[in-house]
Design a protein. Structure first.
Ligand code: NAP
Length: 284
């Protein structure tokens, strides 16, 4: 039976340490990390995410601000707001909550954020830094998964890692982070032939597709480490992962549950990266 990777406990441990680091930074250098989250429109899921981010930022001792803009906000108006926070040195992290309304070009918005404040790691410059092997700001979900490997002493060097899903926010940066740690990486997607066979070769299997219980025991080699990024609702509205947990847990050596696995680490890494950005600002 697999050992559970407890993301909730690790996130709590990291957040406690972070609050201590923030207090020290304030006492020694007079700097308070600042995070602004910009939300356009009324998307209910986004509102919950933004509230959670605000809550975590305040718990860490940050200066926290949420800018709520109406659905009708034009792209130019949004870019003007971003420019204000790019120039404001009391903010070290700027996050524009996605998705944006259809009339706003997401790429133009992500490009407008100062890469030094891009705590989500979505700016092309930060993507490029990651791909060239010199990451600075990294998308928070895969960054959180790397912290899990570290905390559980899961060695990646020379291992075969298979990532299912190639989104810019999870799959692609995950593959690159694994490669940077000397894993041999296979990045798969909806057009991959014989996916179960490919996945079954993995020592490390990361699943980020968004299909409830898609990955069954037929995808998993005995002893594999299985990371489930998926967040889906079943027919009763219950939160479930992309992995069929009960049967895969019997085969795997380590597994992340849903909920309580990858999810809590994502927001923790957002706070960590804001803190790191504040630290770097001292030397700029
Ligand atoms: P996404 O942008 O929709 O990308 C999904 C990826 O999965 C795509 O690359 C797609 O392939 C691939 N895929 C879809 N169906 C597939 C299939 N049948 N076989 C193989 N590959 C398939 O999703 P995402 O943003 O990466 O999110 C993935 C899941 O993680 C979602 O459930 C999301 O809610 C969850 N998530 C959780 C967190 C967290 O903090 N826990 C954070 C982010 C996302 P193609 O590219 O070929 O279309």
């Amino acid at each position: 039976m697999a050992q559970i990777i407890d993301g909730k406990a690790l996130a709590q441990k990291m957040q406690k340490k972070l609050a201590e680091k923030v207090a020290r930074l304030k006492a020694e250098k007079g700097i308070v990390p600042g995070l602004v989250v910009i939300l356009v429109g009324e998307n209910p899921a986004s509102q919950v995410y933004v509230r959670n981010k605000e809550h975590s930022a305040l718990a860490a001792g940050f200066k926290s601000q949420v800018v709520r803009l109406p659905e009708s906000t034009s792209q130019e108006e949004l870019l003007d707001v971003i420019a204000i926070y790019n120039a404001d040195t009391s903010f070290h992290g700027i996050l524009v909550q996605l998705p944006l309304p259809d009339h706003i070009n997401e790429e133009a918005v992500l490009l407008a954020i100062d890469p030094n404040k891009d705590v989500d790691g979505f700016h092309p410059m930060n993507m490029g830094r990651l791909w060239s092997g010199h990451p600075v700001m990294v998308p928070c979900t895969p960054a959180g998964i790397m912290e899990m490997f570290k905390d559980y002493h899961i060695d990646l060097e020379g291992k075969h890692a298979v990532v299912i899903g190639r989104s810019n926010i999870v799959g692609k940066p995950m593959a690159q982070l694994l490669l940077n740690k000397n894993a041999t990486v296979t990045l798969t997607h909806s057009r991959t032939h014989h996916l179960a066979e490919v996945a079954k070769k993995a020592d490390i299997l990361v699943v980020a597709i968004g299909r409830g219980h898609f990955v069954t025991k037929n995808f998993v080699k005995e002893g594999a480490v299985v990371i489930d990024v998926g967040m889906n609702r079943d027919e009763n509205g219950k939160l479930i992962g992309d992995v069929k947990y009960d049967e895969v847990a019997e085969l795997a050596s380590y597994i992340t549950p849903v909920p309580g696995g990858v999810g809590p680490m994502t927001i923790t890494m957002l706070m960590e990266q804001t803190y790191e950005s504040a630290l770097r600002s001292v030397n700029r």
